[in-house]
Each structure stands twice: as structure tokens, then as C-alpha cells.
Write a protein that binds this ligand. Structure first.
Ligand code: ADE
Length: 348
């Protein structure tokens, strides 16, 4: 017997192989080009973010490479978290050391963050390639990271997932703190946040302990990142339960190679203080530490400090054209104010 396949009506976003992209998504003549999904050609996967995948794409109107974070609207989608990430990206647009959003919009089934493509890979890859960084190299990345973190904290944003995989490098080798999917905004008081999360090995003791915390948690994670730059290794084991990791942090002293300059070593030690009130970044401005004594902060702010290492730039196969993921239309989503365009993209 011939079994008739059940068919259901397709959303415009589900038409699988229509090569004329304009037909695939519901857009009309009034949709500005940056908010028209058909103007983006997906090239390859860059990674998986906290709640969506990130693809390399070309914004075909300008033949400009961008990174597109694609979040499928699902039954369980937490729109509050997505709004939070969008808010943070909007707030961050004037800081050169944060991942930049060009446009944020939604279709009936997807949420899209169009981000600046950081072509130089991650700090994680850079450290792996060089095994570890010397004091002068680490000073450069640390200085840009300190400005990025201080900018976030000034706006009450706690990143909560700072680690070298979330620190991107642009084509020239400057830093961009990325992935605000786990970040919290408008956290100004001393015990503003709670909840365990973040990457194993980078979580602050107060996060592992599951007690309320604030931006202090980012300064700890930053300390772990600096230690990793200095040694190529983590200071504390990322294995075991949260309690075991916490015990390990409380009872062991990380190994510091003899070759570290006293300032470099002290900088890391001041950041990796178990007691929040003794931690650099909390009790004092990290910029004032002697590790940065040769740094001209005005130069750093202007992105005029020369990156000490050249990032590896990969060739891109512009011919590939991956379809946007299929997904059911959802009635829910963000309200209209969610849509955002970076001022620098207005004329594009
Ligand atoms: N991975 C995640 N976000 C990215 C970005 N903006 N550029 C390059 N790779 C990424």
C-alpha cells in the first residue's frame, strides 16, 4: 500500500534548496539591507557559542566578511538571555576591545547577531602555537583585556565566561572580548550575581562556592588567562566537582617558572587571590600594577600599541554557500526594539 507522506505547510525559511535566496525568507521592499537575511551568504562554521552557532558569512551588498551568530527560536529559548546579549553588544559598541555587533535582528524563526569577523583566531590558538608568551607579549594582550574588562564593569556588565577561547584577535592582532551569552548586565552592587557557570579551570572560587559575587569573578578568570599566557598551562586543575576544584584552589599554590619577571609573577599572584577583597581589579585598578609600568595607556586606548605577534590569517573559500538552518516559525520572539544597527553600518 502506498503510504502517503504527511506534509505540512512550510515556513518560507524552510524551503531547502531554492538557490534564489530572495524567495526563501519573508522580507519586503521596506526591509533595510542589513536586516535582510538573504543578503548574507554563509561560508563556514566558526564555532559554537553559548546558545547558537557562529558562521563566517559574506554581507553580499558590500562583499564584507562578517561573523553571524545564529540562534534558533525554540520552545525553550530564553529570550531574556538573548535580549541581555543584545543589550551588552549595543553598550559595547564604543569600546575597541569588545566584539562588535554591526546588526541585530530576527526572522520568524531565527535570531541573528551580525558581528565583526575577528580574522586572527583566538588567544587560545595563539598561546598553543607559541606554547607560552613572554612578559612583553603578555603585557600587550593583558593591557587591551584590562581596558575591555574595565569598560564592561563600568556599565555593570560581568562577562562570567572569560577564557582564551572567548578572546578573539582581529587581523592586526588586537584583542576582542567575545561571547556575551553568559554575561549579566546592570550588576553594580557587591553581591550582584549568583549561579555557577563558565569554563572549568577559569571559574573564581566564589563562583565555584555558589555564593553571590560581582565583577571580581572576571578578575579571577583574567588572572587564569594571564597565567596561561605566561606558562601555557592552567594554574589549577579543571577536573573534579566544583567542591574539589575549590579545595584545590584553596590548598595549592600554582607553579611559577623561575623565568617570570618579579612584576609578571606578582601581577598574576595579585589576580589569583582567593579572597575577593584582596584581588587586584577589586582592591585596586589593575592598570596601576608595576607589570604595566612601561605602558602608555593613551596609546593602548587608541589601539596604537603594536601587537607583538602576527596572527595567522586563513584563506577563505568564498565559493561555499551554506543554507541557513531550518527551523519552525515561532510566534514568540523579541519585541521590535530588539533590532539594532551599528552607526557605522547605517550607510551600508
Ligand atoms: N567566533 C565567534 N565569534 C567570532 C567572531 N566575531 N569572529 C571570528 N570568530 C568568531
Amino acid at each position: 500500500m502506498d503510504k502517503k507522506k504527511k506534509t505540512r505547510s512550510r515556513s518560507p525559511e524552510e524551503t531547502p534548496t531554492d538557490t534564489r535566496a530572495q524567495k526563501r525568507y519573508r522580507v519586503d521592499d521596506t526591509t533595510p539591507p542589513p536586516f535582510n537575511i538573504n543578503n548574507y551568504q554563509l561560508i563556514k562554521k566558526l564555532g559554537k557559542g553559548s546558545f547558537g552557532k557562529v558562521m563566517l558569512a559574506s554581507y553580499t551588498i558590500k562583499s564584507q566578511l562578517v561573523a553571524v551568530k545564529i540562534i534558533k527560536k525554540k520552545k525553550k529559548t530564553d529570550y531574556h538571555d538573548i535580549e541581555m546579549e543584545a543589550t551588552i553588544l549595543r553598550l559595547g559598541h564604543t569600546c575597541p576591545f569588545l566584539s562588535r555587533a554591526y546588526a541585530i535582528f530576527q526572522t520568524e524563526s531565527l535570531v541573528l547577531f551580525i558581528l565583526e569577523y575577528a580574522r586572527g583566531g583566538t588567544l587560545h590558538k595563539l598561546i598553543k602555537r607559541h606554547r607560552y608568551l613572554n612578559s612583553q607579549e603578555a603585557q600587550f594582550y593583558s593591557a587591551e583585556l584590562v581596558l575591555g574588562l574595565r569598560y564592561l564593569h563600568k556599565y555593570g556588565i560581568i562577562h562570567r565566561d572569560l577564557e582564551p577561547r572567548n578572546i578573539l584577535l582581529d587581523e592586526e592582532g588586537h584583542v576582542q572580548i567575545a561571547d556575551f551569552g553568559f554575561a549579566q548586565a546592570r550588576k553594580f552592587d557587591s553581591k550582584a550575581c549568583h549561579g555557577t557557570g563558565g569554563a572549568s579551570g577559569y571559574m573564581a572560587p566564589e563562583v565555584l562556592e555558589d555564593v553571590p559575587y560581582n565583577s571580581s569573578a572576571d578578575w579571577w578568570s583574567f588572572g587564569v588567562v594571564v597565567y596561561e599566557m605566561a606558562t601555557g598551562k592552567l594554574p589549577f586543575s579543571p577536573n573534579g566537582t566544583f567542591q574539589e576544584q575549590l579545595d584545590n584552589i584553596t590548598n595549592t599554590e600554582p607553579y611559577y617558572p623561575e623565568t617570570l619577571t618579579p612584576e609578571f609573577r606578582d601581577f598574576i599572584q595579585q589576580l589569583l587571590k582567593t579572597k575577593v577583597e584582596h584581588r587586584l581589579g577589586v582592591y585596586a585598578n589593575a592598570q596601576d600594577h608595576p607589570f604595566f609600568s612601561s605602558v602608555n595607556w593613551e596609546t593602548v586606548k587608541e589601539r596604537s600599541m603594536v601587537p607583538p605577534l602576527k596572527p595567522r590569517i586563513k584563506q577563505i573559500d568564498m565559493l561555499s554557500n551554506i543554507p541557513f538552518p531550518e527551523n519552525k516559525i515561532r510566534k514568540t520572539g523579541m519585541n521590535k526594539e530588539f533590532t539594532y544597527i551599528d552607526p557605522s553600518w547605517l550607510d551600508k
